[in-house]
Ligand binder design. Structure first.
Ligand code: AHG
Ligand code: MN
Ligand code: MN
Length: 350
Protein backbone atom coordinates (compact mmCIF):
# COMPACT_ATOMS: atom_id res chain seq x y z
CA UNK A 1 0.00 0.00 0.00
CA UNK A 2 2.75 2.35 1.06
CA UNK A 3 4.88 1.11 -1.76
CA UNK A 4 2.14 1.83 -4.27
CA UNK A 5 1.85 5.44 -3.09
CA UNK A 6 5.60 5.83 -3.22
CA UNK A 7 5.72 4.35 -6.69
CA UNK A 8 3.11 6.76 -7.85
CA UNK A 9 5.05 9.64 -6.43
CA UNK A 10 8.11 8.34 -8.22
CA UNK A 11 6.35 8.29 -11.60
CA UNK A 12 7.69 10.82 -14.11
CA UNK A 13 5.33 13.74 -14.70
CA UNK A 14 4.57 12.37 -18.16
CA UNK A 15 5.91 12.35 -21.68
CA UNK A 16 5.98 15.78 -23.23
CA UNK A 17 5.20 16.26 -26.91
CA UNK A 18 8.81 17.32 -27.55
CA UNK A 19 10.21 14.21 -25.92
CA UNK A 20 7.71 12.01 -27.72
CA UNK A 21 8.60 13.50 -31.10
CA UNK A 22 12.30 13.04 -30.39
CA UNK A 23 11.78 9.41 -29.32
CA UNK A 24 9.83 8.66 -32.49
CA UNK A 25 12.50 10.33 -34.60
CA UNK A 26 15.26 8.21 -33.12
CA UNK A 27 13.41 5.10 -34.38
CA UNK A 28 14.26 6.27 -37.93
CA UNK A 29 18.04 6.17 -38.38
CA UNK A 30 18.07 8.52 -41.39
CA UNK A 31 15.66 11.06 -40.01
CA UNK A 32 17.17 14.52 -40.12
CA UNK A 33 14.92 16.05 -37.49
CA UNK A 34 13.33 18.59 -39.83
CA UNK A 35 9.84 17.09 -39.63
CA UNK A 36 10.20 16.82 -35.87
CA UNK A 37 11.12 20.49 -35.72
CA UNK A 38 8.19 21.39 -37.96
CA UNK A 39 5.78 19.53 -35.66
CA UNK A 40 7.23 21.38 -32.70
CA UNK A 41 6.80 24.71 -34.53
CA UNK A 42 3.16 23.84 -35.15
CA UNK A 43 2.72 22.98 -31.47
CA UNK A 44 4.21 26.35 -30.59
CA UNK A 45 1.77 28.10 -32.93
CA UNK A 46 -0.99 26.12 -31.20
CA UNK A 47 0.10 27.39 -27.80
CA UNK A 48 0.15 30.96 -29.04
CA UNK A 49 -3.29 30.65 -30.64
CA UNK A 50 -4.58 28.99 -27.48
CA UNK A 51 -3.42 32.02 -25.52
CA UNK A 52 -5.18 34.41 -27.89
CA UNK A 53 -8.38 32.37 -27.71
CA UNK A 54 -8.35 32.31 -23.93
CA UNK A 55 -7.97 36.06 -23.87
CA UNK A 56 -10.67 36.65 -26.45
CA UNK A 57 -13.38 37.63 -24.00
CA UNK A 58 -11.04 40.05 -22.22
CA UNK A 59 -10.34 42.33 -25.15
CA UNK A 60 -13.28 44.63 -24.47
CA UNK A 61 -13.08 44.33 -20.69
CA UNK A 62 -9.45 45.03 -19.85
CA UNK A 63 -7.96 46.16 -23.10
CA UNK A 64 -4.87 44.21 -22.05
CA UNK A 65 -4.68 42.27 -25.22
CA UNK A 66 -3.87 44.26 -28.31
CA UNK A 67 -3.30 47.52 -26.46
CA UNK A 68 0.35 47.67 -27.50
CA UNK A 69 -0.04 45.89 -30.75
CA UNK A 70 1.31 48.04 -33.55
CA UNK A 71 -0.42 45.90 -36.12
CA UNK A 72 -3.85 46.62 -34.71
CA UNK A 73 -4.55 42.92 -34.46
CA UNK A 74 -6.99 43.41 -31.61
CA UNK A 75 -9.46 44.71 -34.15
CA UNK A 76 -9.15 41.60 -36.24
CA UNK A 77 -11.16 38.48 -35.99
CA UNK A 78 -9.57 35.54 -34.22
CA UNK A 79 -9.37 33.44 -37.35
CA UNK A 80 -7.30 36.15 -39.02
CA UNK A 81 -5.12 36.45 -35.92
CA UNK A 82 -4.65 32.66 -35.84
CA UNK A 83 -3.63 32.81 -39.49
CA UNK A 84 -1.02 35.48 -38.80
CA UNK A 85 0.35 33.64 -35.74
CA UNK A 86 0.61 30.35 -37.56
CA UNK A 87 2.36 31.79 -40.58
CA UNK A 88 4.78 33.68 -38.34
CA UNK A 89 5.64 30.53 -36.35
CA UNK A 90 6.27 28.56 -39.54
CA UNK A 91 8.36 31.33 -41.10
CA UNK A 92 10.48 31.64 -37.98
CA UNK A 93 10.78 27.87 -37.58
CA UNK A 94 12.37 27.57 -41.02
CA UNK A 95 11.14 24.05 -41.87
CA UNK A 96 8.31 24.94 -44.27
CA UNK A 97 9.02 26.54 -47.64
CA UNK A 98 5.38 27.44 -48.33
CA UNK A 99 1.95 27.40 -46.76
CA UNK A 100 -1.61 27.42 -47.95
CA UNK A 101 -4.30 28.64 -45.61
CA UNK A 102 -8.06 28.89 -45.65
CA UNK A 103 -7.60 32.57 -44.96
CA UNK A 104 -5.43 33.31 -48.01
CA UNK A 105 -6.21 33.07 -51.69
CA UNK A 106 -2.74 32.09 -52.87
CA UNK A 107 0.37 30.26 -51.73
CA UNK A 108 2.22 32.00 -48.90
CA UNK A 109 5.99 31.85 -49.31
CA UNK A 110 7.97 31.70 -46.10
CA UNK A 111 11.26 32.70 -47.69
CA UNK A 112 12.77 29.36 -46.57
CA UNK A 113 13.30 27.89 -50.05
CA UNK A 114 15.77 25.38 -48.66
CA UNK A 115 13.09 23.78 -46.51
CA UNK A 116 11.71 20.35 -47.45
CA UNK A 117 8.11 20.67 -46.40
CA UNK A 118 4.89 22.49 -47.28
CA UNK A 119 1.96 22.95 -44.91
CA UNK A 120 -1.77 23.28 -45.64
CA UNK A 121 -3.82 24.66 -42.77
CA UNK A 122 -7.16 25.81 -41.49
CA UNK A 123 -5.94 28.18 -38.79
CA UNK A 124 -9.31 28.31 -37.02
CA UNK A 125 -11.98 25.77 -37.71
CA UNK A 126 -15.45 26.52 -36.39
CA UNK A 127 -15.50 30.29 -37.02
CA UNK A 128 -19.17 30.58 -36.06
CA UNK A 129 -18.27 29.38 -32.56
CA UNK A 130 -15.39 31.78 -31.90
CA UNK A 131 -17.40 34.52 -30.23
CA UNK A 132 -19.61 32.24 -28.17
CA UNK A 133 -17.11 30.21 -26.17
CA UNK A 134 -17.63 26.91 -27.98
CA UNK A 135 -14.81 24.53 -28.93
CA UNK A 136 -12.84 25.44 -32.04
CA UNK A 137 -9.77 23.99 -33.70
CA UNK A 138 -6.75 24.26 -35.98
CA UNK A 139 -6.09 21.70 -38.72
CA UNK A 140 -2.76 21.05 -40.46
CA UNK A 141 -1.45 18.79 -43.19
CA UNK A 142 2.21 18.34 -44.18
CA UNK A 143 3.77 17.20 -47.48
CA UNK A 144 7.35 16.68 -48.52
CA UNK A 145 7.79 19.00 -51.50
CA UNK A 146 8.15 17.52 -54.97
CA UNK A 147 9.87 20.56 -56.46
CA UNK A 148 13.65 20.84 -56.01
CA UNK A 149 14.95 22.11 -52.69
CA UNK A 150 16.35 25.61 -53.06
CA UNK A 151 13.69 26.69 -55.56
CA UNK A 152 10.38 28.41 -54.95
CA UNK A 153 7.62 25.96 -54.01
CA UNK A 154 4.88 25.44 -56.58
CA UNK A 155 1.23 24.50 -56.49
CA UNK A 156 2.05 20.87 -57.32
CA UNK A 157 3.75 20.58 -53.94
CA UNK A 158 0.29 20.97 -52.43
CA UNK A 159 -1.67 18.91 -54.94
CA UNK A 160 -0.02 15.54 -54.34
CA UNK A 161 -3.16 13.89 -52.94
CA UNK A 162 -4.14 12.72 -49.45
CA UNK A 163 -2.01 9.59 -49.46
CA UNK A 164 1.14 11.67 -49.86
CA UNK A 165 0.68 13.49 -46.55
CA UNK A 166 3.64 12.80 -44.29
CA UNK A 167 1.85 14.09 -41.22
CA UNK A 168 -1.47 15.66 -40.30
CA UNK A 169 -3.11 16.80 -37.13
CA UNK A 170 -5.38 19.14 -35.31
CA UNK A 171 -5.40 21.22 -32.21
CA UNK A 172 -8.70 21.42 -30.37
CA UNK A 173 -9.32 24.37 -28.08
CA UNK A 174 -12.00 22.90 -25.85
CA UNK A 175 -12.57 22.20 -22.18
CA UNK A 176 -8.87 21.51 -22.41
CA UNK A 177 -6.56 22.12 -25.35
CA UNK A 178 -5.27 19.07 -27.15
CA UNK A 179 -2.97 18.36 -30.06
CA UNK A 180 -3.68 15.17 -31.99
CA UNK A 181 -1.46 14.04 -34.85
CA UNK A 182 -0.35 11.19 -37.04
CA UNK A 183 2.71 10.52 -39.16
CA UNK A 184 1.14 7.34 -40.52
CA UNK A 185 1.95 5.14 -37.52
CA UNK A 186 -1.23 5.52 -35.48
CA UNK A 187 -2.69 8.56 -33.79
CA UNK A 188 -1.43 10.20 -30.61
CA UNK A 189 -3.14 12.85 -28.50
CA UNK A 190 -1.49 15.34 -26.17
CA UNK A 191 -3.20 17.54 -23.60
CA UNK A 192 -1.93 21.03 -22.88
CA UNK A 193 -0.91 21.91 -19.34
CA UNK A 194 -1.16 25.73 -19.42
CA UNK A 195 0.73 26.41 -16.21
CA UNK A 196 3.74 24.45 -17.53
CA UNK A 197 3.25 25.49 -21.15
CA UNK A 198 3.65 21.89 -22.32
CA UNK A 199 1.64 19.31 -24.19
CA UNK A 200 1.69 15.92 -22.43
CA UNK A 201 0.90 12.56 -23.97
CA UNK A 202 -2.59 11.74 -22.71
CA UNK A 203 -4.10 9.62 -25.50
CA UNK A 204 -1.53 7.18 -26.92
CA UNK A 205 -2.67 5.02 -29.84
CA UNK A 206 -6.15 6.46 -30.32
CA UNK A 207 -8.48 3.90 -31.88
CA UNK A 208 -11.92 4.78 -33.12
CA UNK A 209 -14.64 2.31 -32.07
CA UNK A 210 -15.85 0.52 -35.22
CA UNK A 211 -19.40 1.50 -34.40
CA UNK A 212 -21.01 4.18 -32.26
CA UNK A 213 -24.35 5.81 -31.72
CA UNK A 214 -23.67 9.44 -32.49
CA UNK A 215 -24.32 11.26 -35.71
CA UNK A 216 -23.22 14.80 -36.43
CA UNK A 217 -24.67 16.87 -39.23
CA UNK A 218 -26.48 20.15 -39.73
CA UNK A 219 -30.02 18.79 -39.68
CA UNK A 220 -31.36 22.18 -40.67
CA UNK A 221 -30.31 21.19 -44.18
CA UNK A 222 -31.91 17.72 -44.08
CA UNK A 223 -34.55 18.45 -46.72
CA UNK A 224 -31.79 19.25 -49.19
CA UNK A 225 -29.63 16.19 -48.45
CA UNK A 226 -29.06 13.57 -51.15
CA UNK A 227 -31.46 10.63 -50.66
CA UNK A 228 -28.93 8.16 -49.18
CA UNK A 229 -27.85 10.69 -46.53
CA UNK A 230 -31.45 11.61 -45.74
CA UNK A 231 -32.25 7.91 -45.34
CA UNK A 232 -29.22 7.38 -43.13
CA UNK A 233 -30.20 10.22 -40.80
CA UNK A 234 -33.83 9.06 -40.66
CA UNK A 235 -32.64 5.58 -39.77
CA UNK A 236 -30.30 7.00 -37.12
CA UNK A 237 -33.32 8.72 -35.57
CA UNK A 238 -35.36 5.50 -35.65
CA UNK A 239 -32.48 3.71 -33.93
CA UNK A 240 -32.45 6.42 -31.24
CA UNK A 241 -28.90 7.47 -32.05
CA UNK A 242 -27.68 10.59 -30.31
CA UNK A 243 -27.45 13.77 -32.40
CA UNK A 244 -24.38 15.89 -31.62
CA UNK A 245 -23.41 18.77 -33.89
CA UNK A 246 -21.05 21.43 -32.65
CA UNK A 247 -20.43 23.18 -35.95
CA UNK A 248 -16.67 22.89 -35.44
CA UNK A 249 -15.69 19.82 -37.40
CA UNK A 250 -12.52 19.28 -35.39
CA UNK A 251 -14.57 19.06 -32.19
CA UNK A 252 -17.22 16.83 -33.78
CA UNK A 253 -14.58 14.54 -35.25
CA UNK A 254 -12.58 14.41 -32.02
CA UNK A 255 -15.62 13.35 -30.00
CA UNK A 256 -16.79 10.83 -32.59
CA UNK A 257 -13.31 9.35 -32.98
CA UNK A 258 -13.07 8.74 -29.24
CA UNK A 259 -16.65 7.69 -28.51
CA UNK A 260 -17.80 6.28 -31.85
CA UNK A 261 -19.84 8.26 -34.36
CA UNK A 262 -20.13 9.70 -37.84
CA UNK A 263 -19.87 13.27 -39.15
CA UNK A 264 -21.71 14.10 -42.37
CA UNK A 265 -21.39 17.14 -44.61
CA UNK A 266 -23.11 16.34 -47.92
CA UNK A 267 -23.38 18.49 -51.04
CA UNK A 268 -26.18 21.05 -50.86
CA UNK A 269 -27.93 23.19 -53.48
CA UNK A 270 -26.02 26.18 -52.04
CA UNK A 271 -22.75 24.16 -51.98
CA UNK A 272 -22.94 21.61 -54.79
CA UNK A 273 -19.41 20.30 -54.15
CA UNK A 274 -19.93 20.28 -50.40
CA UNK A 275 -18.65 22.95 -48.05
CA UNK A 276 -15.45 21.50 -46.64
CA UNK A 277 -12.07 22.08 -48.20
CA UNK A 278 -10.08 19.10 -49.39
CA UNK A 279 -6.52 20.18 -48.63
CA UNK A 280 -6.82 21.53 -45.13
CA UNK A 281 -10.00 19.92 -43.81
CA UNK A 282 -10.87 16.64 -45.57
CA UNK A 283 -7.43 15.12 -46.32
CA UNK A 284 -5.86 15.70 -42.89
CA UNK A 285 -8.91 14.51 -40.96
CA UNK A 286 -9.25 11.52 -43.31
CA UNK A 287 -5.59 10.62 -42.68
CA UNK A 288 -6.16 10.80 -38.93
CA UNK A 289 -9.42 8.83 -38.85
CA UNK A 290 -7.96 6.08 -41.04
CA UNK A 291 -4.95 5.84 -38.77
CA UNK A 292 -7.41 5.46 -35.88
CA UNK A 293 -9.22 2.65 -37.74
CA UNK A 294 -12.10 4.74 -39.10
CA UNK A 295 -13.09 5.76 -42.63
CA UNK A 296 -13.64 8.89 -44.71
CA UNK A 297 -15.52 9.05 -48.00
CA UNK A 298 -17.25 11.51 -50.30
CA UNK A 299 -20.05 8.96 -50.84
CA UNK A 300 -18.31 7.29 -53.76
CA UNK A 301 -14.60 7.46 -53.20
CA UNK A 302 -12.19 7.16 -50.32
CA UNK A 303 -11.28 10.78 -49.52
CA UNK A 304 -7.55 10.06 -49.65
CA UNK A 305 -7.92 8.70 -53.22
CA UNK A 306 -9.60 11.80 -54.62
CA UNK A 307 -7.11 13.84 -56.67
CA UNK A 308 -6.52 17.45 -55.72
CA UNK A 309 -6.83 19.95 -58.57
CA UNK A 310 -6.78 23.34 -56.90
CA UNK A 311 -5.95 24.85 -53.53
CA UNK A 312 -9.40 25.61 -52.20
CA UNK A 313 -11.14 22.56 -53.68
CA UNK A 314 -14.22 21.39 -51.79
CA UNK A 315 -15.65 17.94 -51.16
CA UNK A 316 -18.60 16.26 -49.50
CA UNK A 317 -17.39 14.44 -46.40
CA UNK A 318 -18.65 11.43 -44.46
CA UNK A 319 -16.17 10.51 -41.77
CA UNK A 320 -16.02 8.46 -38.59
CA UNK A 321 -16.42 4.95 -37.23
CA UNK A 322 -15.81 2.40 -39.98
CA UNK A 323 -19.08 0.43 -39.77
CA UNK A 324 -21.14 3.60 -39.67
CA UNK A 325 -19.46 4.97 -42.79
CA UNK A 326 -19.89 1.56 -44.46
CA UNK A 327 -23.62 1.57 -43.68
CA UNK A 328 -23.98 4.97 -45.25
CA UNK A 329 -21.99 3.89 -48.31
CA UNK A 330 -24.31 0.90 -48.78
CA UNK A 331 -27.16 3.37 -49.08
CA UNK A 332 -25.22 5.26 -51.74
CA UNK A 333 -24.62 1.99 -53.61
CA UNK A 334 -28.29 1.00 -53.50
CA UNK A 335 -29.54 4.37 -54.56
CA UNK A 336 -27.02 4.51 -57.44
CA UNK A 337 -28.25 1.04 -58.44
CA UNK A 338 -31.83 2.34 -58.28
CA UNK A 339 -30.96 5.32 -60.44
CA UNK A 340 -29.28 3.00 -62.96
CA UNK A 341 -32.25 0.59 -62.88
CA UNK A 342 -34.68 3.43 -63.45
CA UNK A 343 -32.53 4.70 -66.31
CA UNK A 344 -32.56 1.18 -67.79
CA UNK A 345 -36.35 0.95 -67.41
CA UNK A 346 -36.80 4.32 -69.06
CA UNK A 347 -34.44 3.46 -71.92
CA UNK A 348 -36.19 0.10 -72.46
CA UNK A 349 -39.43 2.02 -72.95
CA UNK A 350 -37.85 4.25 -75.57
P1 AHG B 1 -14.50 27.09 -40.89
O1 AHG B 1 -14.91 27.70 -39.59
O2 AHG B 1 -13.03 26.80 -40.97
O3 AHG B 1 -15.00 27.85 -42.08
O4 AHG B 1 -15.15 25.62 -40.98
C1 AHG B 1 -16.45 25.40 -40.54
C2 AHG B 1 -16.92 24.10 -41.09
C3 AHG B 1 -16.84 22.94 -40.11
O5 AHG B 1 -15.91 23.04 -39.12
C4 AHG B 1 -18.24 22.86 -39.54
O6 AHG B 1 -18.55 21.56 -39.14
C5 AHG B 1 -19.08 23.33 -40.67
O7 AHG B 1 -18.29 24.22 -41.42
C6 AHG B 1 -20.32 24.01 -40.21
O8 AHG B 1 -21.07 24.37 -41.30
P2 AHG B 1 -22.64 24.70 -41.19
O9 AHG B 1 -22.73 25.96 -40.40
O10 AHG B 1 -23.08 24.84 -42.60
O11 AHG B 1 -23.31 23.53 -40.50
MN1 MN C 1 -12.77 24.74 -41.17
MN1 MN D 1 -11.37 28.16 -40.68
Amino acid sequence: MHLETNNQLALPVGVTLDRYIMQKQSAFPFATGELSQLLRDIALAGKIINREINRAGLIDISGVYGANNVQGEAQQKLDVIANIRFIRALKNGGQACAIISEEEEDIIYTGNDNAKYVVAMDPLDGSSNIDVNVSIGTIFSIYRRVTPIGTKAKIEDFLQGGDKQVAAGYIIYGSSTMLVYTTGHGVSGFTYEPSLGEFFLSHPGIESPTVGNMYSCNEGNLLHYPTPVKEYVEEARRKNYTARYIGSMVADLHRNMIKGGIYLYPPLPKAPDGKLRMLYECYPLAFIIEQAGGKASDGKRRIMDIPASFIHQRSPLYIGSSSMVDELLEKFDTSTAEVLDTAKDVSSLA
